[in-house]
Design a protein around this ligand. Structure first.
Ligand code: ADP
Ligand code: MG
Length: 408
């Protein structure tokens, strides 16, 4: 069974119907104001499409982790305010989720209007382990839509959660896939099922253990796996190199050795850096020097030095790999990009992706943030995934509850 699309809902007709949309509006806030409205902007097209077609649009979403009770700092009120500024349709707000405020706001909601319900995670049943509790909340949410309601899941960033508003609700109402979810899935399918070769996967970031399952699943699919970031030192140590005081996960040494062997059998090259930026300490102004990978402990700070970025020769080699690829998936910064001195490897890689003719995909919250922080135009990449956790779980080969619930 394949999921029903938003187009199919629109062609059924939504005039006068209440349509409940699960959106991803989990934006950063400071002093009660939205500091990055990217997710609001990304969510509006589906809401506006429905409103333009005459639907009464109910929106449910979460913000932060309020642990199942109302917490004023996690209210969606600032999100509603920003949405109102950006939206072509009128935006109303309820002060609760399924209570009196929501019910009367729904009763007053006109065709073509949008109503944002309060943070769905203020209700402990949203994330409950008990299916009956989640089901009860899903039923209350569905009841808000009245007779001819429908449900649209457009919250790709939440589809890896088996939550009431993400998964359970789909068995209470006719359920459809929103455009954001559809486009993310299309990209991820392409990466796992029909990637054009050569296919290069670039992994970095801090922890190998976070990415083990991704490596395992992509090793047989990719032609080359380029490794940088903090996780590279576990690979280098597994190969017998001294790594000084760099980040390392000793528990994963055997697993990583296994990957190195498996790569040979699977015909996937694992490409490691040949030089590293070694620093005196973990600080923005730390003294640092570039050392070849077989001499990382021979510099000014000996065995106390920390590897905080890939070196320039490695960055150049990685860029050349990217240039020769037809598909590139990148997750995890090459170094501590938050500090200018250790951001060059990440910047060089991002630059290579923007220069490349390949289909390029950036996944992961910090990787997307790095691309923006380093001043790259997002349009230079093929796709920047909005849902870090959800896209990694998809690439690990896991079933995503929110997608499964839609019948995809
Ligand atoms: P993503 O969110 O894109 O999946 P991760 O969360 O795995 O990425 O990793 C991001 C973090 O990894 C960044 O905060 C960055 O500073 C850190 N990092 C990268 N290289 C190193 C390194 N050599 N040593 C320590 N931390 C590193
Ligand atoms: Mg991260």
């Amino acid at each position: 069974m394949t999921a029903k699309t938003l187009e199919s809902l629109l062609s059924e007709g939504v005039q006068g119907r209440a349509v409940l949309v699960r959106s991803d509006l989990n934006v950063p806030l400071a002093d009660g104001a939205v500091t990055d409205d990217g997710r609001i902007r990304a969510s509006l097209p589906v809401l506006e499409k429905l409103a333009r077609s005459g639907a009464r649009v109910l929106v449910t979403a979460h913000l932060g982790r309020p642990k199942g009770e109302p917490v004023p700092e996690f209210s969606l009120s600032p999100v509603a305010a920003r949405m109102q500024e950006l939206s072509s349709a009128p935006v109303k707000r309820a002060e609760d989720l399924t209570g009196e405020s929501a019910r009367s706001a729904v009763a007053e909601l006109a065709e073509g209007e949008i109503l944002l319900l309060e943070n769905v995670r203020f209700d402990p049943r949203e994330t409950s382990k008990d299916a009956a509790e989640r089901g009860a909340l899903a039923q209350e949410l569905a009841a808000l839509t009245g007779q001819s309601g429908a449900y649209v899941n457009d919250a790709f960033g939440a589809v890896h959660r088996a939550h009431a508003s993400v998964a359970d609700i789909a068995s209470q109402l006719p359920a459809y896939q929103g455009d954001l979810v559809a486009s993310e899935l299309q990209v991820l399918k392409r990466l796992t099922e029909s990637a054009e070769r050569p296919y290069t996967v670039v992994l970095g970031g801090s922890k190998v253990s976070d990415k083990l399952a991704v490596i395992e699943n992509l090793l047989p699919k990719a032609d080359a796996l380029l490794i940088g970031g903090g996780m590279v030192f576990t690979f280098l140590k597994a190969q017998g190199y001294g790594i000084g005081g760099s980040l390392v996960e000793n528990d994963e040494l055997e697993t990583v050795k296994g990957f190195l062997e498996q790569a040979q059998q699977k015909d996937c090259r694992i490409v490691l850096p040949t030089d590293v930026v070694m620093a005196a300490s973990f600080a923005a102004n730390a003294e640092h020097e570039i050392l070849p990978v077989d001499s990382l402990e021979t510099g000014a700070h000996g065995a106390d030095a920390l590897g905080l970025d890939i070196g320039p020769a490695s960055a150049e080699a990685f860029a050349a790999e990217v240039a020769a690829s037809r598909t590139v998936f990148w997750n995890g910064p090459m170094g501590v990009f938050e500090m200018e001195a250790f951001s060059k490897g990440t910047a060089a890689l991002a630059e290579a992706l923007t220069q490349s003719e390949a289909f390029t995909v950036v996944g992961g919250g910090d990787s997307a943030a790095a691309v923006r922080a380093l001043g790259f135009d997002e349009s230079g990449f093929g796709h920047i995934s909005t849902g870090g956790g959800a896209s990694l779980e998809y690439l690990e080969g896991k079933t995503l509850p929110g997608i499964q619930a839609l019948g995809a």
